[in-house]
Design a protein around this ligand. Structure first.
Ligand code: AN7
Length: 352
């Protein structure tokens, strides 16, 4: 058996990368599709629910699938540095793959709005981190200008190779289920993932007649340009990963949702946090807030009677690990009880 070598190797015939690409991989992908029966029951039951747990990628988010492709292409054509704007996960992923390729990385992040685990990752992997006193959208505009003017390879999802690599999530879901699910729920920020997943499902449908899912893309209410139909100047949400007001692939996302017979909706921050907690407590799957948005959207649609789930097979892409954003959990809890190192003291606390 050939050992697993990452998504470029596994799906080499399906990903459109140039000849010059030189593989840079951390053996990303191959993430589990975890049945979530308890959560399905909590949401009313009568359907099958699976979590594609993308937080188990090497840097803790789905971004690694596209980043392996983008950095492989950049390295192969002789680039020595990559640049991106990021709400955090792209930054950590770009920094890790650049490090592995022996390249430099520059990441621009919105000041004070990136979760601890993501910033720490970018720093650990040796990125040059610059905070922008503005939004992600401002930072994206800046890195596009910067990469047009200087020899820095842009690795945001407007880079087409990011989309190529990211298609692998859809391929894996179809491979595991041996068909496409009826619905795919996922969070939408800059809209690269929904665009890539749809492209992947369509490619598999053409090649293997695996069927097509309907897409439920979910934004946060305070950062929902695709639901409102116009850019959001000052996006705001607790789900900082998707705190994006002008999605680069917004048009494609809307088109994908429509083509699939699905839709893009918005959910409240409260609903996102409630779902984050439900998923952790009912299934033992801890994801970052943005990653719970897809499921929060599903829950809203079900409870409003807008969604007939009976007999359906639903997959939720949970994009990033809970450990990326520990503060969101710990800030709501009082410090755990302290006891002296004696059994009677422990009993006093636990059995009282
Ligand atoms: C956990 O890292 O945009 O719709 O700069 O980190 O493909 O943008 C992150 C996005 C969902 C949205 N879930 O995906 C970035 C960045 C998590 C994320 C999204 C992001 P896209």
């Amino acid at each position: 058996m050939i050992p697993y070598q990452g998504v470029l190797q596994r799906f080499s015939s399906l990903l459109d990368l140039p000849e010059h690409a030189r593989p840079v991989s951390l053996l990303e992908g191959d993430t589990p599709l975890i049945p979530a029966a308890s959560l399905a029951r909590e949401l009313g039951g009568g359907f099958e629910l699976f979590i594609k747990y993308e937080g188990l990628n090497p840097t803790g988010s789905f971004k690694d699938r596209g980043m392996t492709a983008a950095v492989s292409e950049a390295l192969g054509r002789g680039a020595s540095a990559v640049i991106c704007a990021s709400t955090g996960n792209t930054a950590a992923s770009a920094a890790a793959y650049a490090a592995r390729a022996g390249m430099r990385s520059v990441v621009l992040i919105p000041q004070g709005k990136v979760a601890t685990g993501k910033l720490a990752g970018a720093l650990a992997y040796g990125a040059r981190v610059v905070q922008v006193n503005g939004s992600f959208d401002d930072a994206l505009t800046m890195v596009i200008e910067m990469s047009n003017k200087h020899p820095l390879c842009l690795v945001n999802s407007i880079n087409p190779y990011r989309i190529e690599g990211q298609k692998s999530a859809a391929f894996e879901v179809c491979d595991t289920l041996e068909t496409a699910p009826d619905w795919l729920c996922l969070p939408v920020g800059n809209a690269g993932n929904i665009t890539a997943c749809w492209a992947g499902f369509k490619q598999y449908e053409t090649l293997k007649s695996s069927g097509l899912p309907q897409l439920l893309g979910v934004q946060a209410e305070g950062a929902a340009p695709l639901v409102l139909g116009h850019p959001v100047e000052h996006p705001e949400t607790v789900a900082t990963a998707i705190r994006i007001g002008k999605p680069a692939r917004g048009e494609q996302a809307l088109q994908a949702a429509e083509e699939s017979g699905g839709r893009i909706i918005a959910v409240s921050d409260a609903a996102i946090l409630k779902m984050q907690q439900a998923l952790a407590r009912l299934e033992g799957i801890w994801v970052e807030p943005a990653s719970a948005a897809g499921l929060a959207g599903l829950a809203d649609e079900l409870s409003a009677g807008r969604f007939d789930a009976r007999g359906k097979r639903i997959v939720a892409i949970c994009t990033g690990h809970g450990m990326k954003d520990p503060d969101i959990i710990t800030q709501d809890f009082t410090c755990p009880t302290v006891v002296p190192p004696r059994l009677d003291a422990l009993e006093e606390v636990l059995l009282r």
